[in-house]
Design a protein around this ligand. Structure first.
Ligand code: BEZ
Length: 212
């Protein structure tokens, strides 16, 4: 059976640019984002690792650790890091797993043979502090990811974990949110959403973001 939202993220031991990593231990009590790229020394991947490094502090504010993976070895990653720093205006500041034996790629189904027999696609796994996979996103090799969008998903997950809300299309932190349809008790509605809500439809109730 494949990995789904709600599955426990498989644990592994693998080499990385930061030394050997035991994944669950490395995650500790943090959120984590494990993301694959097809190959070192390729253009789109170089921009992605630079962009993710620039956003590391933003992810850190949300308690999220980043870790990348490709089927290149650690020596290749170290060499490539020099190019990332020279061309992207930022040093690589999180580990990349050296997955030459494809242990992690296979465990997380990151190789899609109809796309490429040997290289990983651009997979993203957002993992919560209970080691549960909370989001899976997959992009083809030709499309660089929008890391601001990945940050937005983290914001949505963390908000919806602590309040009985969901986030609507194109939501950005601070926008109105949706009250989950299951919440119907008038007393609880008043307690949870003291600023009130706008029932556009009985099932579509918008309220100011509760933690703002
Ligand atoms: C890239 O990062 O530019 C790339 C890598 C593999 C296939 C296509 C593009």
């Amino acid at each position: 059976m494949g990995l789904h939202i709600g599955s426990i993220a498989p644990d592994f031991n693998q080499e990385s640019t930061a030394g050997p990593i035991s994944f669950h231990q490395w995650l500790g009590n943090s959120w984590g984002i494990l993301f694959s790229h097809p190959k070192d020394f390729t253009p789109v991947c170089t921009t992605e690792l630079g962009r993710a490094s620039k956003l590391k502090e933003e992810f850190g504010k949300r308690g999220v650790k980043l870790i990348a993976v490709s089927v290149d070895d650690v020596a290749s990653h170290h060499k490539w890091a020099g190019d990332i720093e020279a061309t992207q205006g930022t040093a690589l500041n999180f580990p990349i797993l050296g997955d030459a034996d494809r242990k992690v790629a296979k465990l997380y189904d990151m190789i899609h043979p109809e796309a490429n027999d040997t290289l990983t696609v651009r997979s993203v796994f957002i993992i919560d502090p209970n080691k549960k996979i909370r989001t899976i996103i997959t992009y083809p090799a030709s499309t660089g990811r929008n890391f601001s969008e990945i940050l937005r998903v983290v914001d949505s997950l963390q908000l919806t974990d602590s309040h009985k809300v969901a986030t609507p299309a194109d939501w950005q932190d601070g926008d109105d949110v949706v009250i989950v349809p299951a919440l119907q008790d008038p007393k609880e509605l008043a307690e949870r959403f003291p600023k009130g809500f706008n029932a556009v439809r009985p099932y579509l109730r918008l309220t100011p973001q509760p933690n703002k």
